[in-house]
Design a protein around this ligand. Structure first.
Ligand code: GRF
Length: 192
């Protein structure tokens, strides 16, 4: 019975470029009975992404694409997704922008997590910006991916208080902790 339930889960790919703490967290979530997704593929644009170790640890297929020839690489990523029957993509610290063409061709759902309270601080160095601007609040956002950077419809957000003692490193840690709660909650919200 357990196995049958597992089979019905939505085949999902996680795209990463870095440490992969969100990847690890999503994999763990996916293994819970109530999770609507299974993680069947990990995609990275670099073999140096530390998070690739989680694909090995949890015996999940991984593919690394050199994006020097961008169009070619995207075509190959699409082929890979098709081969694995992937129906859903979670971007988790993936540092490349997907082309309009890719988003249109994949045609299914792609979501992303961003370490700020969007629409504030799109792009990089969100924590540095929040500290520099003496913001009282920071946070994270899970949103649908569109061709425009960090601009798709917001699914869920979580606020975090910035204390006087915080610096970009401590703030990143605080926000990341919330990201690990927010990503599974956002997946449940849209797929359950
Ligand atoms: C996270 O802060 C995420 O919001 C951003 O990149 C970071 C990735 O961290 N998009 P990790 O690789 O999941 O640890």
């Amino acid at each position: 019975m357990e196995k049958l339930t597992g089979l019905k889960k939505i085949k999902t790919a996680v795209f990463i470029s870095g440490a992969g703490s969100n990847l690890r967290n999503i994999i763990k979530f996916s293994k819970r009975k109530k999770s609507p997704i299974s993680i069947d593929l990990v995609v990275s644009n670099t073999r140096f992404a530390k998070g690739l170790k989680y694909a090995d640890q949890f015996k999940i297929k991984k593919r690394i694409f050199d994006l020097k020839n961008y169009n070619e690489a995207e075509k190959n990523i699409l082929l890979s997704l098709e081969k694995e029957k992937i129906k859903f993509i979670c971007l988790a610290g993936y540092m490349k922008i997907l082309s309009k063409n890719f988003i249109k061709k994949f045609g299914k759902k792609i979501i992303n997590i961003h370490p700020s309270l969007l629409p504030k601080y799109k792009g990089l160095n969100t924590h540095v910006k929040a500290i520099k601007n003496k913001d009282k609040l920071a946070g994270c956002t899970v949103h649908y991916v569109t061709a425009k950077l960090d601009s798709g419809k917001i699914i869920l957000q979580k606020k975090v208080k910035i204390s006087a003692k915080d610096n970009p490193v401590s703030l990143k840690k605080k926000v990341l902790k919330q990201e690990h709660k927010l990503y599974p909650a956002a997946i449940m919200k849209i797929l359950n």
